[in-house]
Write a protein that binds this ligand. Structure first.
Ligand code: G1P
Length: 299
């Protein structure tokens, strides 16, 4: 069975980024760079690779830098043009989506991820869509969302990227209650019979955690209309997806790749190292520098 193509992606970018203060005092956390690209740019590239055509950002106050990033920068571009700096010019604008395909709406109050997604309901309409959380990065040959859209093409329903985590970390993630009786043709898919947002380890139904990539059916919006605040007093996307089970299938997708949690300081630093080592032009010199750093720190 094939499903409607996933053409639209929501990027919830309204969060305050308090874990990165003072860096995020006047700059959105999504603009923090990993090597030389902002987090949101990686998320955008991953969406584009997966065939996404419309990029919907749910922003908040003080997030202008994200809008500016997806626009021309006339002064900079004209200076680069005059100096004939072709490569730099390409980096500023060659990747810009066609006008009209980048859409911004505001979440006026930070009421949770479910609320942020709900804010984009009129922009999605009646078709499946993706949600990408820019602070979850996945380093992989084929982008995580592309892997998921391929799975979605043969398995209709909702698909969430998942990975196993240590039991003591369940309170930081949405956790899948696995339907062990379900038979899945695709070995990477795991059927869910429930989802729990940030359970304590003793209450966790498994150690399979949701990471920030989702393919969702538009039915989620009518559920979000009446989803009550859950964990942390916020309207949780996890609760709304869980409420869909029964009417619509929900699957975890064990993606191929390494996930970096750039919502945490340590994950962010690790991502910078990993992405710099991944790039051919920086790999050897970065490795050399790191060896020196470790030697100096006697590690
Ligand atoms: C959100 C979701 C959670 C998911 C996580 C992945 O939590 O609510 O279910 O596991 O993203 O990063 P947050 O990190 O916004 O607290």
């Amino acid at each position: 069975m094939s499903e409607k193509k996933v053409r639209k992606a929501i990027f919830p970018v309204g969060g305050l980024g308090t874990r990165f203060l003072p860096a995020t005092k006047s700059m959105p956390k999504e603009m923090l760079p990993v090597v030389d690209k902002p987090l949101i740019h990686y998320a955008f590239e991953e969406a584009k690779e997966a065939g996404i055509e419309q990029f919907i950002f749910v922003t908040g106050r003080n997030k202008h830098a994200i809008e500016d990033h997806f626009d021309h920068s006339y002064e900079l571009q004209s200076t680069l043009r005059k100096k004939d700096k072709k490569k730099e010019l390409e980096l500023t604008s060659d990747w810009l989506p066609e006008a009209g395909n980048v859409i911004f709406t505001r979440q006026q109050e930070p009421m949770g991820l479910g609320h942020a997604v709900w804010c984009a309901r009129h922009l999605i309409g009646d078709e499946p869509f993706a949600v990408i959380l820019a602070d979850d990065m996945v380093l992989s040959k084929k982008g995580c969302l592309k892997q998921m859209t391929e799975a979605h093409a043969h398995t209709p329903g909702n698909i969430l990227a998942v990975m196993d985590i240590p039991l003591e970390k369940t309170a930081s993630y949405g956790i899948v209650d696995i339907d062990k009786n379900a038979k899945n043709k695709d070995q990477r898919l795991v059927k869910a019979k429930g989802l729990v947002e940030k359970p304590q380890p003793k209450d966790a139904p498994s150690t399979l955690s949701i990471i920030g990539r989702y393919i969702l059916q538009p039915d989620i919006f009518s559920i979000l209309d009446s989803t009550k605040p859950g964990a942390g007093g916020e309207i949780q996307l996890t609760d709304a997806i869980s409420a869909m089970i029964g009417d619509k299938d929900v699957y975890g997708y064990r993606f191929d790749g390494v996930r970096y949690d750039c919502g945490s300081l340590v994950g962010f630093v690790a991502a910078n190292v990993a992405y710099a080592l991944e790039r051919e032009e920086t790999r050897d010199r970065v490795k050399q520098e790191l060896d020196e750093v470790f030697k100096r720190a006697k590690l």
